[in-house]
Design a protein around this ligand. Structure first.
Ligand code: COA
Length: 417
């Protein structure tokens, strides 16, 4: 068996920006032949967005499109439609994240694609699910974070709804879609038939905000949420509040200042007070007297003065860097981590060694850093390659479809590829 399990799966990658490209990039890492279809002349809008080197594809593009081939095709021109039709007949999956209805307007509705290739899996990302009262809306990351419950529950209680830096609306939706596609491929092995797979950005954000839906129901029933900073001294309304940096589960936690926080905005650790780790925590911070003290020795007793406890831990942290602190706390089995900057992550030796961050060589821009597979396999070592130049593989793909050099030249002349 090939050590790339998706080898032999051909994917028409009709995606752009982030949500769709993140999905198809991952499938390409695992061996699929991903042919990115882009508009001649311009291509994916992210090729030009936030460029750091003039005339070189932006990192926004290169970091979401590695391991793919690029085919330029104007699918609104008859020649472009003909090529896409041929591709559909030969491919396994078509992935798209156009605005609502764009694929239908192009003449490639699900019904039409199914008629061309009944084994085809058509996978779509949209802002909202089909039939939703907002299903006509175009959506970007932050819009999805607001629509999916993340923004209203992120940030501090005395500040506005806040957007997470993590791409909960975009890349997260792409990951959901990848799971859907793989499921449909397995389904096809059983039935011989393809199917339509649809993931909405709102649903994907909501799926990650499930603990907040848990909290809404608890709040409805009992009127308070004991793990939130608002408890027991503050007040609750009838909606889940923003909880700052509180832990979302049964373990209280907070971001705590370490040595140098006055000048370094990231001199912090995340500290978790795991219930059964109370004695080790007390030993680690030199507060053995708290181990048996009834004001401290149960989670319930600690809750009313949890911020005083965090304050005492900060006193202990005052002469330790975030790295020194974690090195001590790890010996006591305390769940914690330094707050790492992107610079620290980019230079992290462990992440380089594991392949989670890799350096690749791009024909125009030279070396750049990108993410590697966060999923590790015993038998598959994804090799991350550079993103393609616009139309780099147009001729190659058209030749594979049976077009002659002359036919390709004619299509180029007509501006169709
Ligand atoms: N050849 C010819 N036409 C092409 C083409 C190609 N290769 N690729 C795209 N187009 C056309 C589309 O058919 C569409 O035409 P139409 O609207 O006239 O029918 C047009 O380009 C615009 O596509 P659209 O996807 O609507 O682009 P946009 O820039 O207006 O909107 C988004 C961008 C991201 C807001 C929108 O695509 C969207 O909401 N997508 C779904 C959710 C999503 O994935 N959001 C982004 C997450 S990163």
């Amino acid at each position: 068996m090939s050590n790339k399990p998706l080898e032999g799966i051909k994917i028409i990658d009709f995606t752009h920006v982030q949500a769709g490209p993140a999905c198809t990039q991952m499938l390409a890492w695992f061996g699929a032949d991903v042919i990115k279809v882009e508009r001649p002349g311009s291509g994916d809008v992210t090729r030009n967005q936030l460029r750091d080197i003039p005339d070189a594809d932006a990192l926004y593009f290169t970091m979401l499109n590695s391991n793919k081939r690029s085919l330029t095709l104007d699918t609104k021109k008859p020649e472009g439609k003909e090529v896409l039709t041929k591709l559909i007949k030969e491919s396994d999956v078509l992935v798209e994240n156009f605005g609502p209805g764009a694929l239908d307007r192009m003449g490639f509705s699900w019904e039409n694609i199914k008629a061309l290739n009944p084994k085809m899996i058509v996978a779509s990302v949209k802002g909202f699910s089909d039939g939703h009262h907002y299903d006509d809306l175009k959506v970007y990351e932050n819009v999805a974070q607001c629509a999916g419950g993340a923004a209203s529950t992120t940030g501090f209680w005395d500040g506005p709804p806040t957007i997470s830096a993590a791409a909960l609306g975009d890349s997260n939706t792409g990951m959901h879609l990848a799971i859907g596609i793989l499921t449909a491929i397995i389904g096809r092995q059983q039935t011989g038939k393809g199917q339509k797979v649809a993931v909405s950005m709102q649903d994907s954000v909501l799926n990650l905000c499930r603990v907040k839906l848990r909290d809404q129901q608890r709040l409805d029933r009992v009127g308070y949420l004991e793990e939130y900073p608002q408890y027991p001294h503050g007040t609750f309304s009838d909606v889940v509040p923003r909880g700052g940096n509180a832990g979302g589960g049964g373990q209280p936690g907070w971001v705590l200042k370490c040595k140098g926080w006055e000048t370094d905005p990231n001199a912090y650790i995340y500290f978790t007070i795991q219930g059964h780790a109370w004695a080790p925590i007390c030993r680690a911070i030199g507060k053995e007297q708290w181990i048996e003290d009834p004001d401290y020795n149960t989670a319930e007793a600690r809750q009313s003065h949890i911020f005083d406890i965090f304050g005492k831990i900060e006193d202990w942290l005052a002469d330790k860097t975030k790295f020194e602190a974690v090195d001590i706390l790890r010996k006591f089995d305390i769940p914690c981590a330094p707050v790492l900057t992107m610079k620290e992550l980019a230079n992290d030796e462990s992440l380089r060694k594991s392949g989670s961050i890799v350096e690749v060589d791009h024909k125009v821009r030279g070396k750049y850093l990108t993410v590697g597979s966060p999923i590790k396999f015993s038998e598959l070592k994804p090799e991350i390659t550079s993103s393609p130049l616009l139309g780099e593989h147009t001729e190659e793909v058209l030749r594979e479809l049976g077009y002659s050099t002359e036919q390709v030249a004619l299509m180029q002349k007509a501006g169709a590829v």
